[in-house]
Design a protein around this ligand. Sequence first.
Ligand SMILES: NC(=O)c1ccc[n+]([C@@H]2O[C@H](COP(=O)([O-])OP(=O)(O)OC[C@H]3O[C@@H](n4cnc5c(N)ncnc54)[C@H](O)[C@@H]3O)[C@@H](O)[C@H]2O)c1
Ligand SMILES: [Zn+2]
Length: 350
Amino acid sequence: MEKQKVIISNQLEQILYKEVAACKADRTFILTDETTHRLCLPFVSSYACLKDAESIIIPAGDTHKDLNSISHVWSELQRLGATRHSLLINLGGGMVTDLGGFAASTFKRGIQFINIPTTLLSMVDASVGGKTGINFGGLKNEIGVFSNANCVILDTIFLKTLDLENILSGYAEMLKHGLISTEEHWAELMNFGIEKPDLKALGQLVVKSVQVKERIVTEDPTEKGLRKALNLGHTIGHAFESLALQRKPVLHGYAVAYGLVCELYLSVVKTGFPTDKMRQTVRFIFDHYGRMPITCDDYPALLELMTHDKKNVGNSINFTLLGGIGDIRINQTATKEEIEEALDFYREGC
Ligand SMILES: NC(=O)c1ccc[n+]([C@@H]2O[C@H](COP(=O)([O-])OP(=O)(O)OC[C@H]3O[C@@H](n4cnc5c(N)ncnc54)[C@H](O)[C@@H]3O)[C@@H](O)[C@H]2O)c1
Ligand SMILES: [Zn+2]
């Protein structure tokens, strides 16, 4: 898979004009969810390059990243006369870029698409890297394809309307990118005022964050090895996320932040990650994300969820750990006792 074109924008109209023209499409369609239709489309709807674009809208929220919504997108493309030479612009968070990317990659065996992510999470994670898909049969991202957008255009202007919870959710993935890249980038993230973000300064951090993901994905697009670095915090994070679904759901990034706490603890114990940097990161996480309440009665359920993680091979639970910042150790395992110790640390540590 070729390297994806990611454009950092502060002149969205000119960039979009150029990119849309480069697609030489006969028709242009813009996919939004109901929220981004209301809050984000007005930024771009007056652009000359989009004046004839048709709008397609799906309901907002991950529960709608499903067969019904994609069927609606395919039906609308068909009804509105899209051809193999048409273009779909996905304007929204990860739900829209995942579903829209999959819809475009399958409609008439594949039409061109451009991603314009509007949440922090989709800017630094979901819209780059070529993974598209929908949830199916109760499982997340069960059906999908690897398919790169023609380009991804990042503009932090859209973050003006995004609530702090969703900003923090995306920031957890940025912390992860800091941890798997360099001490300098990690330190910048630790010191940034994310509670009241200056969007221009955040934009610069977004650029660095995307570069971390891009570098890894370019080396290993289909997750044979290095791409597993991006799973840091996710083995235990996904278990937290699934457990929360049965109680009070938490945003993905919050679960990843809690997963990072546990997996950094495991990194200290198993791969020699420095304790001071672990404590600093963990304090940052507890200060900003709080703690999802769990007790030791939840451990069996959490371990069970980790055992069923799709990243596992055989019976052992697969972790990505760190020997230091940027020192990535993929394909690590931990015993039940070690994982329980990490969960104890999450409940009581720091
Ligand atoms: N493809 C990948 O590699 C990858 C990686 C990470 C996550 N994902 C997927 O991304 C999705 C999560 O992404 P997300 O957090 O962006 O979720 P999302 O797209 O559901 O957006 C979260 C909420 O914010 C709203 N919203 C979007 N932009 C807004 C804005 N500018 N102002 C105000 N509200 C806005 C949305 O309507 C939605 O209600 C999940 O489906 C996940 O599976 C994919
Ligand atoms: Zn994630």
